[in-house]
Design a protein around this ligand. Structure first.
Ligand code: AMP
Length: 185
């Protein structure tokens, strides 16, 4: 099926969305690269940008395994809940186990979070957008600023760059280091 091109399909409204990708089991760098390709394989999703990968220490959980995190920007004709379900479907393909850890989070082969969907504010049992913890997490905000620094957060009404600067000012200490993709891109 030929992909729908933004602008080519007057019947569709195309929306911007930001997706957080994370993994700390198996081969995280490879898993995230593959998952990004899986996301693009959907005919209703168009990749815009993928950040660098970042090596980051576990936050809000007890684990000796550091994560690889990245943020991808897409344009999509999918409504937000359909997009979330598609992301959950990809997580399951990578054998994500829903086994709660000591404080509710677990090591994971692949975690995909819908961070932002345009400037939509959604809060129900299934989906919360903007993602409620994104602005407290360097492993989200650092890659997000790399690809969308001037984006305005719908709640804070500040750019992502400013929110990250404020996190640094508050001396939030979460270890995070930039890496390179394995193919050198
Ligand atoms: P997690 O274990 O962190 O991947 O969380 C998965 C759960 O969070 C699922 O029950 C989702 O329905 C819910 N959820 C709520 N909002 C979001 C979001 N913005 N992105 C991903 N999962 C979400």
């Amino acid at each position: 099926m030929a992909p729908i091109q933004p602008g080519d399909s007057p019947g569709y409204t195309v929306h911007n969305a930001a997706i957080g990708l994370g993994s700390n089991l198996g081969n995280p760098l490879e898993t995230i690269q593959k998952a990004w390709l899986d996301i693009q394989a959907h005919p209703g999703l168009f990749p815009v940008a993928l950040s660098s990968p970042y090596h980051s220490e576990p936050v809000d959980m007890v684990s000796s395994r550091w994560f690889i995190n990245a943020v991808g920007l897409v344009r999509t004709v999918l409504p937000p809940r359909s997009l979330l379900r598609f992301l959950q479907n990809i997580e399951q393909r990578y054998g994500r186990r829903h086994v709660p850890g000591q404080d509710g989070y677990d090591d994971r082969t692949l975690d995909l979070d819908l961070l932002l969907y345009e400037d939509a504010v959604i809060s129900d049992e299934e989906l919360t957008v903007p993602h409620p913890r994104m602005t407290e997490r360097l492993f989200v905000m650092v890659p997000l600023v790399e690809v969308a620094a001037e984006l305005i957060h719908p709640h804070h009404r500040k750019t992502m760059r400013t929110i990250l600067r404020d996190l640094h000012k508050r001396k939030v200490r979460q270890k995070i280091m930039p890496r390179c993709w394995e193919n050198g891109s």
